[in-house]
Design a protein around this ligand. Structure first.
Ligand code: ZN
Length: 327
């Protein structure tokens, strides 16, 4: 047991993208309660793995409110915004789209200081893989609306871009985020999270002044790995996007995890079980958790051929800088 204690906090992380309001962390899957609420156990596993902070993602007005409440309770941080697949809510909202934006605005304004504060606008952006939730035109319109909030409150953006790079950067440029992360128009840059684009896209986004965040989905294919190699260390952030984006067998990242020492493997990938066979203290198969962020860093350190210390310290420092944190 003593060796385990010695490795605790060896590397420090802030998970910049975690969907901690997802009901699966309370044992509920697609409306069905499959096991007890194990959020506290998840938090303990995260702490053991060196995750000292989290930015809880808000993906709609309702979920941003929940993210904000949970962030206060747990002394983490949150984002406020509406995901491209959820922007249909703007038009359906009582009072219409303007009222929806005003409600997001109010939530940001009421939560800019202290514990659990809003540190970014988002997640927002474009997702052309899932246009059945909202048409591209609708996504574009409400992506632009949310950029206004980032300028107004001088907050970084927490961005989502899927199969939409051309339109994504076009809108950012048109709204003044084409260089220095939009500093000239009151913006404070941002991060393109869960990155799965090409290395050319990496270069363009870095040139515009944006950070890029890597998780298990960013390390799936050979092409993905090439893109992650192209991210400059001073523009890289780390996240899990839990409960999504687990690193699983068949992903190209697996070959880099074979060298993960057992002491770290126990912290980053604790034993798991199926939700139906839930056992207290174990993680759930297929449900990603913040403790797995160490696995992401492990792969990145090998791809970039630098030490684990350097990757984790850089990502940690970048996170403090972008989101203005002092933890
Ligand atoms: Zn996303």
């Amino acid at each position: 047991m003593t060796t385990e204690v010695a490795t605790e906090y060896q590397f420090k992380f802030i998970d910049v993208g975690v969907n901690l309001t997802d009901p699966v962390f309370r044992g509920s899957y697609y409306g069905k309660q499959k096991h007890e609420d194990d959020l506290n156990a998840l938090l303990e596993r995260a702490r053991n793995a060196g995750v000292s902070g989290m930015i809880i993602t808000g993906t709609s007005l309702g979920e941003s409110q929940e993210a904000s409440t949970l962030a206060k309770e747990l002394d983490f941080f949150c984002t406020v915004g509406c995901h491209p697949t959820r922007v249909g809510e703007f038009d359906k909202f009582m009072g219409g789209a303007d009222a929806y934006l005003a409600a997001l605005d109010k939530l940001v304004a009421s939560n800019l200081q202290g514990k659990g504060r809003t540190v970014a606008i988002g997640e927002c952006g474009l997702d052309y893989d899932r246009t059945h939730f909202a048409l591209p035109e609708v996504q574009q319109k409400y992506f632009r609306s949310q950029l206004i909030l980032a300028k107004k409150y001088h907050l970084p953006l927490f961005l989502h871009s899927r199969a939409a790079h051309t339109d994504f950067v076009k809108i950012l440029r048109e709204e003044g985020f084409g260089e220095n992360g939009g500093k000239a128009v009151g913006g404070k840059g941002g991060v393109v999270h869960s990155f799965t684009g090409s290395s050319e896209e990496v270069s363009e986004l870095m040139d515009m002044g944006f950070y890029i965040s890597v998780n298990g989905c960013s390390l799936k294919t050979e092409e993905n790995l090439k893109s992650v190699k192209a991210i400059h260390l001073d523009k890289m952030l780390l996240e899990t996007d839990a409960p999504w984006c687990s690193m699983t067998g068949g992903h190209h990242s697996q070959q880099y995890l074979t060298t993960l020492p057992l002491s770290l493997r126990e912290l980053y990938f604790p034993p798991s079980t199926k939700p139906e066979k839930f056992t207290p203290g174990k993680t759930v198969k297929g449900r990603n958790e913040p403790c797995a962020i160490g696995g992401v860093a492990w792969v990145v350190h090998q791809l970039h051929d630098i030490s684990m210390e350097e990757v984790t310290e850089k990502a940690f420092g970048n996170t403090l800088e972008l989101f203005g944190l002092n933890v």
